[in-house]
Design a protein around this ligand. Structure first.
Ligand code: GLU
Length: 472
């Protein structure tokens, strides 16, 4: 018998990561068993179900790479649900009960004739679960003959779709005995159940939209990669039994098992998700990383650049910047910046923040220098001028193609810096180039902004020191 699983979300809101974790497990198992995965939208709650939520579910699953083999919408199956109610009444498993509510409202409820006793099922996560159903009494399965309710609809759909494994949140454990009773009365084969432990938020309370859990699509929009999200979700409450953390989709399909699912709640840890995303970014090819980064970098820079008095020695880009666009020169620098960016971000949103806070400004415009900070820690301004002068002369004597690679640039002045004192030489150089207390090393910066701009910036620092009267 081939395995059939399903994900059966209710489109009553934007679903969060915990909801999709259920989809991931049901999906992985189906794929591993070369079975069939159904997406079934459970929209029986007409008042709360909305088409845009359904659309968001489809979009989220597609983004995650969870493809379904068949699709069903519960509301399209009303006729089947009604027929099942009728069958239950005809076989005397259910009956029409004319009742008056406390508010005096009269209705013809359909009640299930509960035989009572103990219902046992062997949960794939928790083992055998026994429930005495006697106290449930004759529970309601339809509001009237035309309006079947949730449990009836779920049982009929799972039965008629021949679902073999019901993977769902453990908030449904209490529903299971009731559903098994209906299932038996309708003559369906009993599926296996896997009730997944709850997913908790950072506050250790159940992850929920009300408590600020984000919709999955918000993570997509913040620059999370679907591969890292899938990997992250699969490891919430599931332990592969090894130290391995990075899993491709195929590896997850192969490794997944119900026995690795823990019994207690598992936390949706956003820091861990960031870690996964960073790991995936670090593993990307240069081309893929460029494709991932460039649109965001361009957009963020275009927003920031017009505010800058753009002046780059190698080209006259004032017009480009004033027009708010990115020039070819900027684009070249942006390409060269990719390794620096890759070192520092976990998501493309991080990049947006970096640009927004001006942390990349000095790659695209001359920094404004605080002259007192050019000399290394209390070093002499006069000596500093001398060192800058030496570095400049060494650079001028070297050929252009020595300036592409940071290691090469380093080799040009390393001996001198070692002899004089690295701080005394490299700090002023780095500061002249960036005007920042912290930045990548000067060789990396030079390899990105180029020789001409480097010389121009050294000159600015040099002149400032001289004009300040600090150096004599
Ligand atoms: N529609 C139910 C929910 O969203 C799931 C029902 C089930 O998986 O059996 O919680």
């Amino acid at each position: 018998m081939s395995v059939i699983t399903r994900f059966a979300p209710s489109p009553t809101g934007l679903l969060h990561g915990g909801n999709y974790r259920t989809a991931v497990f049901a999906y992985l198992f189906a794929r591993q068993q070369k079975g069939h995965f159904i997406l079934r939208i459970e929209d029986t709650d007409k008042a709360r179900s909305k088409p845009e939520y359904e659309a968001n579910i489809l979009e989220s699953l597609q983004w995650l790479g969870i493809d379904w083999d068949s699709f069903a919408r519960q509301s399209d199956r009303l006729a089947q649900h009604q027929a099942a109610v009728k069958r239950l009444i005809d076989s005397d498993h259910a009956y029409l009960s004319h009742e008056t509510s406390a508010e005096g409202k009269e209705s013809d409820l359909i009640r299930f004739r509960n035989p009572g006793g103990v219902i046992t099922f062997d949960d794939l996560v928790r083992g055998p679960i026994n429930t005495d159903v006697t106290d449930l009494g004759d529970f309601i399965i339809a509001r009237n003959i035309d309006e079947p309710l949730f449990h009836l609809a779920v049982v009929v759909d799972d039965g008629e779709m021949s679902v073999t494994h019901i993977v769902r949140g453990d908030d449904h454990i209490a529903n299971t005995p009731r559903q098994i009773l209906i299932q038996r009365a309708l003559g369906f084969t009993e599926p296996r159940y896997a009730h997944l432990p709850i997913v908790l938020g950072p506050d250790r309370a159940k992850l929920s939209k009300r408590r600020g859990a984000k919709a999955l699509t918000e993570y997509r929009d913040a620059g999370y990669l679907p591969e890292s999200m899938l990997n992250f979700l699969a490891l919430i409450g599931w332990n592969p039994g090894t130290e391995q953390e990075i899993f491709s989709k195929d590896q997850l399909v192969e490794a997944f098992n119900f026995s690795g699912i823990q019994h207690h709640g598992a936390i949706f840890n956003e820091e861990k998700l960031r870690w996964f995303n960073r790991e995936y970014l670090l593993r990307m090819t240069t081309d893929d990383f460029s494709t991932y980064t460039m649109p965001v970098l361009k957009e963020a820079l275009t927003e920031r650049l017009p505010a800058l008095a753009f002046s780059h020695a190698e080209t006259s880009m004032k017009e480009g910047a004033a027009a708010g666009g990115i020039t070819d020169m900027d684009a070249t620098i942006a390409q060269k910046l990719l390794p620096v960016i890759r070192e520092r971000i976990s998501t493309s949103n991080d990049l947006r923040t970096m640009v927004g806070e001006g942390e990349l400004d000095y790659y695209f415009k001359k920094p404004i220098l605080d002259v007192t900070k050019i000399p290394f820690k209390g070093g002499s301004p006069t000596d500093t001028v001398k060192h800058l002068q030496h570095v400049k002369e060494t650079f001028v004597k070297s050929s252009q193609d020595q300036f592409k690679d940071p290691e090469n640039i380093k080799s040009l002045i390393w001996d001198y810096a070692t002899e004089i004192g690295r701080g005394a030489v490299l700090w002023p150089l780095r500061f002249a180039l960036t005007g920042a207390e912290r930045s990548p090393d000067p060789f990396t910066v030079i390899s990105i902004i180029g020789l001409t701009e480097t010389l121009a910036r050294i000159k600015v620092a040099h002149n400032l020191l001289e004009a300040s009267g600090l150096s004599t």
